[in-house]
Design a protein around this ligand. Structure first.
Ligand code: 9D3
Length: 231
């Protein structure tokens, strides 16, 4: 799978993908990730990527023309209908549908090429969304300074689901989110740390009792922190 990120801050991504599973997936040739400077597709002397909003208002809006040129050169077309079936062009914006595990899994399964447009300023000219974009995506209900941190989250969540990216021993853990409970609490040595003890049952070797404790502890954690997942 290929990820191409269109951004005015390509340096933001200099080392962020050089760690862990995402790094291993790149080294193994399962994925390639490249950040592209939107200004490379400007044609004016000052490499201007933004302009004032029609109708007035604060802030600036990303102009359509450099983004259309960037998508045309990276996706081979500048209209949704003309992309290859396995190409997705994703606009990261606060107005998008909220990223979840199901969307990450769908992208990992059905996409071969993901072009990501990371917005900045007050937004992006709507003709980008209406003509170029296959998916408009937010990463949650909080305000970021731009789409770049969201691009990191999106690439990470998709890359680790690509077959071969995870060791087989960890792949089963993936399913816990779709099963609707948070992970249970985990402990390692020492059994007593600063007066705090590891739950006795985990030291017994009684696997049936341990499984029961883990289910109950996961349910309790979910009730406390994410009651919405139990509905
Ligand atoms: C909704 C806030 N907007 C109303 C005035 C202003 C605005 C805030 C932040 C416009 C753009 C941004 C930049 N954010 C993103 O580009 C973004 C984002 C986010 O802020 N939260 C969650 N997911 C995402 S994906 C891209």
């Amino acid at each position: 799978m290929r990820f191409d990120i269109i951004t005015i801050f390509p340096g933001f991504f200099a080392t962020v993908f050089d760690y862990g599973i995402v790094r291993r997936a790149q080294v193994a040739g399962l994925i390639g990730i490249k950040a592209h400077d939107l200004r490379d597709w400007t044609t004016d002397k000052h490499h201007i990527v933004d302009d004032r909003p029609f109708g007035g208002g604060d802030g600036m809006v990303l102009k359509p023309d450099p983004i259309f040129a960037a998508v045309e050169s990276l996706a081979g077309a500048s209209a949704r209908a003309d992309y290859q079936a396995a190409t997705r062009v994703i606009l990261l914006s606060p107005q998008g549908r909220v990223l979840n595990q199901a969307l990450a899994a769908d992208l990992a399964k059905s996409a071969k090429h993901i072009v990501i447009i990371a917005g900045r300023y007050e937004g992006v000219d709507e003709r980008v969304a209406s003509c170029l974009v296959t998916d408009e995506v937010s990463i949650g209900d909080y305000v970021l300074s731009g789409g770049e941190p969201a691009a990191v989250v999106l690439v990470d969540s998709v890359a680790r689901l690509i077959p071969g990216a995870l060791g087989s021993e960890t792949s089963a853990l993936n399913e816990s989110f779709s099963e609707g409970l948070l992970d249970c609490p985990q402990y390692t040595r020492p059994p007593e740390f600063r007066g705090m003890n590891v739950p006795e049952v985990l030291l017994t070797g009684n696997h049936a009792e341990i499984a029961r404790w883990r289910r109950e502890a996961a349910a309790e954690k979910t009730r406390r922190n994410r009651p919405d997942l139990l509905k």
